[in-house]
Design a protein around this ligand. Structure first.
Ligand code: ZN
Length: 511
């Protein structure tokens, strides 16, 4: 054994414990009877404490020092060097995180979520406000402890998006706003209702599942190392690349919910299944902060893959030309009035709405921008908690063009803040923007990619993504992955081009 191997063995065991925690969480969200909640909480707390002790104990410190000495002088981009450096980086960060704050937050969370649910049901923001204030105070304390140089948000967003900062986010959203708001205006001006409502029919759920799984497998999802279950709040989770699970939820009528939900989670799963086998149980597939972006390098990088497969592929005309006939075989009566073109239009209709999770591709990032501005504003004192309902209404009107009449459909709609989570929202938009940059790079590198996609041959795209993104696990940051593949950092150009071309065509206006 060497210093490096000893460290790798230690991290491998930590990785085992973290994956056991993830399996318990998967079970909790898909299978567990509600009566199991309390003891499951105990089990998770115990295993989390064990993981914590394994990671920040003196063993890690000792092994890190010898491993650092051993890899010194090796190429800076090698997995060995990256692995040791990342272990060191997170070792220092996790040691700075005040455990009392985490414990207090975890203790408040169940009650806070319960109160949030009640407040949402009764449209009573004042009921939830004191809990939001306490969660905000915890997050301020966390940001201070982790440290930041410019904006407290930097100390929080780091957990989800290590290469992102408040100042970079402000530029990103300003660029998006400049493109999205005029684009939305032209779409709304040209909107006409579709001739038929396809979602008034009933769609058999086992058939919905069968179709989604067929497509997922055509994309490349390996069911020998995966499975699809039902969850009220869908997610993907992996316990190493050998066991990568997805979940979805079904509506009897609204076919797109489970279908695009499944394709979204399939994109996450392809990322996890595509990680280099050599990185299994290594620091480069270990989520030291327990944030679920397990094998992937960040929330945004992960979301770039879910959105690429769900939207840029799954909501494309080429996709529906190929796959509509098969869907029609499953639902001949329900889709009797439709053809591929009508279906394509139906799943791409842009409708400014109040609810983020129902938003289309054009308005989605505006919903995210609003939340990120509020999170930053709360942290730096621009906004007070009590002002949020009004801030929400005026920003919704300004960005999306509609404003809620209730707080239930406004500031109370998302679960995130009630559990104390601040800083995860930017990942959704980073993912959208990144997905277009990566797909543009794939088009540049892969000859005839359009032809392959038009023939429902997804292997060339999957192999480019695997080679350039998936196999590296967490070895490179989102920013480095972009630099390596596109020569640029995150930039909105390719994403705005994608949206503008697609929706100018759908809504018949010239650019
Ligand atoms: Zn996702």
């Amino acid at each position: 054994m060497s210093g490096y191997d000893d460290l790798a063995q230690h991290i491998g065991e930590l990785n085992d414990v973290l994956n056991a925690i993830s399996i318990l969480k998967w079970d909790q969200r898909t299978q567990m009877p509600s009566g199991g909640a309390r003891t499951r909480g105990n089990q998770l707390a115990t295993l989390s404490r064990i993981a914590q002790e394994m990671f920040i104990g003196t063993t890690t410190a000792r092994l890190l020092e010898t491993a650092e000495a051993e890899v010194a002088g090796e190429p800076s981009e090698s997995y060995r060097v990256r692995s040791v450096a990342q272990t060191r980086q997170y070792y220092e960060i996790v040691r700075r995180i005040p455990m009392q704050v985490i414990a207090d937050m975890a203790a408040l969370s169940p009650e806070s979520q319960l109160v949030w649910e009640r407040a949402k049901k009764t449209d009573d923001f004042a009921l939830f406000a004191p809990y939001l204030q306490r969660m905000l105070d915890f997050n301020k304390a966390l940001a201070d402890a982790v440290g930041y140089s410019d904006h407290p948000y930097d100390g929080l967003v780091f957990e989800y998006e290590p290469s992102m900062t408040a100042s970079k986010l402000k530029v990103l959203f300003a660029d998006l706003r400049a493109g999205l708001i005029p684009l939305l205006g032209r779409i709304v001006a040209n909107d006409t209702p579709l001739p038929v409502d396809l979602w008034r029919h009933t769609y058999d759920i086992p058939k919905q599942k069968a179709f989604a799984l067929e497509v997922a497998q055509q994309f490349g999802y390996d069911l020998q190392r995966g499975r699809l279950d039902i969850a009220p709040h869908p997610f993907e989770v992996s316990f190493t690349r050998e066991d990568v699970r997805i979940t979805t939820r079904y509506s009897d009528h609204y076919l797109p919910m489970a279908l695009f939900g499944s394709l979204h989670e399939t994109g996450h799963a392809l990322y996890e299944q595509g990680v280099d086998p050599a990185l299994t149980r290594s620091a480069l597939t270990t989520d030291f902060l327990g944030q679920y972006a397990v094998g992937g390098t960040s929330y945004g990088a992960h979301e770039s893959q879910s959105r690429l497969w769900e939207n840029q592929i799954g909501r494309s005309r080429a996709f529906w030309v190929q796959h509509f006939p098969r869907l029609h075989e499953y639902f001949p009566e329900q889709l009797a009035e439709a053809d591929d073109e009508l279906f394509y239009r139906a799943v791409n209709r842009v409708q400014p709405s109040l609810i983020r999770v129902e938003a289309d591709e054009v308005t989605y990032n505006l919903h995210i921008m609003l939340r990120v501005e509020i999170e930053m504003g709360l942290l730096d004192g621009t906004f007070q908690v009590s002002e949020l309902p009004e801030v929400w209404r005026s920003k919704m009107q300004e960005y999306v063009g509609v404003a809620p009449t209730t707080d239930s459909n406004g500031v109370l709609q998302d679960v995130h803040w009630s559990g104390g989570g601040f800083g995860s929202f930017p990942g959704y938009t980073v993912g959208n923007v990144m997905s277009a940059q990566l797909l543009a790079a794939a088009h540049r590198d892969v000859p005839d990619l359009d032809n392959a996609l038009a023939g429902a041959d997804y292997a060339p795209l999957l192999s480019w993504l695997t080679e350039n993104v998936y196999r590296h696990g967490r070895a490179y940051s989102a920013s480095e992955l972009l630099q390596r593949t596109t020569g640029q950092d995150l930039t909105v150009g390719p994403y705005m081009t994608y949206l503008t071309e697609k929706f100018a065509d759908l809504y018949a206006f010239t650019i």
